[in-house]
Design a protein around this ligand. Structure first.
Ligand code: ADP
Ligand code: MG
Length: 469
């Protein structure tokens, strides 16, 4: 006899193989199978989700995975529905049913018509084909110093696709910093105001796969025709075009045609164009024709703002101490920030504890890994010195030479980012006082704000540091 629990158990086995352990923990462990019912000849599984935010995230990121898995377990005639727990603002989350309001939502496209395909890429339960994610909008995008430029340009384009100097627009930055969100927001905005526009969003991987398939099925012409006729073409993660010569050739033609006709092209990449490997020069140079804007890791203020906004969206007021704790400890990117918040909410929902700092610390202990356990101050010094081609010993000297001082300050700054104390940093830089380190961090921040070249260099080094952490 199938029960909700047994079906869900089986699903979890499949899901576990398809996502990272952390993802699994955060997004799937908190789900609870509530009922398994017959409905119009379909088997309907209802899952309880700890909150609206969790629900949106699941639908946004794991929709396809969930649907495919369910089809595998229940067969084609399945439906998925969610029961979303809403925590009242001033009542503490409690375990008992009576104090939780829930509402039911069918999973979008809830009739399972997907074939139970084997998951192609363990980590890629990505956006469903060429569709825009509705919840990736401008008003859900928190703006701060780290993303101001990219955001403004994106808005300008969304208001006047093809009609600005920003064509193509390339947004680049590390993982989880909002590239996908921002370029979806452009598409959503355009469609909102003008539903006649043909907006196509696709990842470069998908574009590549579709193209290869079109070749095999001798449908290249219709493939080309489709893409040459869109008003707005949004391609995510173009670094995956690297090394795919045939696809690049095709894309090059599509690109030219769209450009000539004044249609908008929006691209994203995980690094600056000049660092993308395996892309032909002529295509690379075209990426740079319009405007490129980077997304930086969020600063403390932006992290705080994002947390407050997301908590607010769920209708939950978190104590300042908890917001501060998360904002200060989860620094790498916004996706992690969201994950942390959801983990916290999930935990809070299933215990009767108040959400306070100690609950936060406990719930987030896996998230808050101290990178410096692996990356020592010495290692950072070496990395930075290698980058600038200077001898590491010079960092310890008492010299006031500008180029050495700047490198030293930057190295200190990066150590500080990894949470070493001012004192510890000072000691390892030739026994300097902690106030020197404070000053260094300030200087670097000033430079970052005023000098774009410097800022790019810092971003570049930071990427190298991130690769090691
Ligand atoms: P990337 O494509 O750069 O890896 P995503 O666009 O997928 O990053 O963003 C990761 C998550 O963080 C998404 O859920 C997104 O909604 C959220 N996010 C990113 N930037 C912001 C922002 N500025 N404000 C609010 N949410 C954001
Ligand atoms: Mg992305």
């Amino acid at each position: 006899m199938l029960t909700a629990d047994s079906v869900w158990e089986e699903c979890l086995v499949v899901i576990r193989d398809n996502v990272s352990p952390q993802c699994f923990q955060t997004w799937f462990t908190p789900l609870e199978a509530v009922t398994l019912e017959e409905e119009e000849g379909f088997s309907k599984l209802t899952l309880r989700v700890p909150g609206p935010f969790h629900y949106e995230y699941l639908e946004g990121q794991y929709n396809l995975l969930l649907r495919t898995t369910l089809t595998r377990v229940l067969g084609e005639k399945n439906r998925l529905s969610y029961e979303v727990v809403v925590i009242q603002e001033d009542s503490r989350p409690q375990e008992t049913q009576e104090t939780q309001n829930t509402y039911q939502v069918p999973a979008s496209d809830s009739v399972g018509h997907h074939k139970p395909v084997p998951q192609p890429e363990p980590t890629a339960p990505s956006v469903v084909k060429s569709q825009l994610m509705e919840n990736y909008t401008f008003d859900k995008f928190v703006v701060g110093d780290c993303n101001q430029l990219a955001y403004s340009v994106a808005r300008a384009i969304a208001d006047l696709p093809g009609g600005t100097a920003y064509n193509p627009f390339l947004v680049y930055g590390g993982v989880g910093l909002g590239k996908t969100h921002l370029i979806h927001a452009i598409g959503n905005h355009i469609l909102n105001w003008n539903s006649d526009k043909k907006v196509s969003y696709i990842s470069s991987e998908r574009f590549t796969n579709d193209f290869v398939q079109a070749i095999q099925e001798k449908k290249v012409q219709s493939f080309s025709r489709y893409y040459r006729n869109v008003d707005v073409l949004i391609i995510d993660d173009v670094q995956f075009f690297g090394g795919k010569e045939k696809t690049q050739e095709e894309f090059f033609c599509v690109f030219n045609e769209l450009q000539q006709n004044g249609n908008q092209i929006v691209l994203s990449a995980d690094r600056p164009p000049k660092e993308i490997e395996g892309i032909e020069d002529r295509l690379l140079s075209r990426f740079c024709w319009g405007l490129q804007a980077d997304l930086q890791p969020p600063d403390l203020e932006t992290r705080t703002a994002i947390l407050m906004r997301k908590a607010n969206e769920i209708g939950l007021t978190l104590p300042h101490g908890v917001i501060d704790y998360i904002a200060q400890n989860i620094t790498k990117n916004i996706r992690e920030l969201e994950g942390a918040l959801v983990r916290l909410l999930a935990q809070a929902t299933y215990t009767t504890q108040t959400i306070d700092e100690s609950l936060a610390k406990n719930a987030l202990k896996d998230f808050v890994t101290r990178p410096h356990a692996m990356l020592s101050i010495d290692r950072i010094q070496r990395l930075v010195c290698d980058y600038f081609g200077i001898d590491q010993n010079r960092l310890h000297e008492k010299t006031k030479k500008r180029e050495i001082v700047q490198v030293r300050q930057l190295a200190m700054y990066l150590c500080r980012e990894l949470d070493y104390t001012h004192k510890a940093i000072g000691l390892q830089f030739g026994g300097r006082d902690h106030s020197t380190v404070v000053h260094a961090v300030k200087s670097v921040n000033n430079l970052i704000e005023t000098d774009i070249n410097y800022r790019n260099r810092v971003a570049d080094i930071r990427r190298k540091v991130n690769l090691l952490t």
